[in-house]
Design a protein around this ligand. Structure first.
Ligand SMILES: [Zn+2]
Length: 293
């Protein structure tokens, strides 16, 4: 994905979006966030699956021949594709370099550690079998078909996940199992009655066939010298990064409106990179005019 210039780019989804015609579309065109998008995310203040869906509809221009990318399309994307697109939007808006700090996960240390990495180096595993359905054989000998968890599942289950993880997992299974033996759709009571061995077999198979983005950061703490491994939560990170920048956004809007007499609306529609180019140009000119006698 090209990051220079206009702040849009093409990327190939590790999963893909099956269109009404049965074709799997994978080439996504992603645009940088505008001031409007940044403002929306900061104002929303929630780091939820709903917000990810909203951001994808704003910044993903098309997926293959599927355009516009509606909320419904964004919800049908599998979890890894949504994470992948968030990464690409973040790259288009801020570039590939991530600088942040975390607390050392070892409780008796907990020192602040500076971390730095490049998002383009994050390992992405594409799915070999695009489904959209996958089959496992149950201990009863019956076949069971499932689809992979998607954005709609995340939206429906993320409130539950905080309170009761086991119930959320059962709910997920109920949503993703599409057929048991001859029964399509799968009756909820049959899904609920699946023995643990079958549930584990389904979860294992899901993990095998799903596209994957390895968002684990592994390193050694410079303070306590122990190794640690922590998840990089791209949505929390991105939304946190934006709220840190919201004061700056307001200052930039004021600055450009004041000097160029542009409306707030015009400024807010610019991608971040373009807005900041104007800001630095203007700053240089003002500095030059101060220097000249
Ligand atoms: Zn440590």
């Amino acid at each position: 994905m090209s990051l220079s210039g206009a702040g849009t780019g093409l990327a190939i989804l590790p999963g893909g979006c099956t269109g009404a015609d049965g074709v799997v579309h994978r080439e996504a065109e992603v645009a940088a966030m505008t001031g409007r998008d940044e403002e929306m995310l900061v104002a929303a203040g929630r780091r939820s699956a709903l917000l990810v869906t909203e951001l994808l509809t704003r910044c993903v221009r098309r997926i293959g021949a599927i355009t516009p990318v509606t909320a419904d399309v964004a919800r049908r994307l599998v979890v890894a594709d949504r994470q992948f697109l968030l990464l690409k939007i973040r790259e288009a808006t801020f570039g590939t370099s991530v600088r942040s700090s975390i607390s050392c996960p070892w409780a008796d240390c907990a020192q602040r550690i500076d971390i730095e990495f490049t998002t383009s180096a994050i390992p992405v595993t594409q799915s070999a079998d695009k489904g959209p359905e996958y089959v496992v054989t149950l201990t009863s000998g019956d076949e069971l078909a499932f689809r992979l968890p998607n954005g709609a599942d995340q939206e429906a289950l993320s409130p539950l996940l905080q309170d009761n993880e086991a119930a959320a997992l059962t709910g997920l299974l109920g949503r993703c199992v599409t057929r048991i033996g001859p029964h399509r759709p799968a009756p909820p009571e049959l899904v609920a009655q699946l023995p643990p061995r079958d549930r584990q077999a389904i979860e294992r198979r899901m993990a095998e066939v799903a596209p994957r983005i390895d968002l684990t950061m592994e390193s050694t703490c410079p303070e306590c010298r122990r190794e640690y491994s922590v998840p990089f939560e791209i949505h929390s990170f991105l939304f946190g990064e934006l709220s840190v920048n919201s004061a700056l956004l307001r200052r930039e809007i004021h600055y450009l409106a004041y000097h160029y007499h542009w409306s707030e609306r015009e400024i807010m529609q610019m991608p971040r990179q373009r807005r900041q180019r104007y800001v630095s140009q203007l700053a240089e000119e003002i500095e030059r005019s101060h220097d000249s006698p």
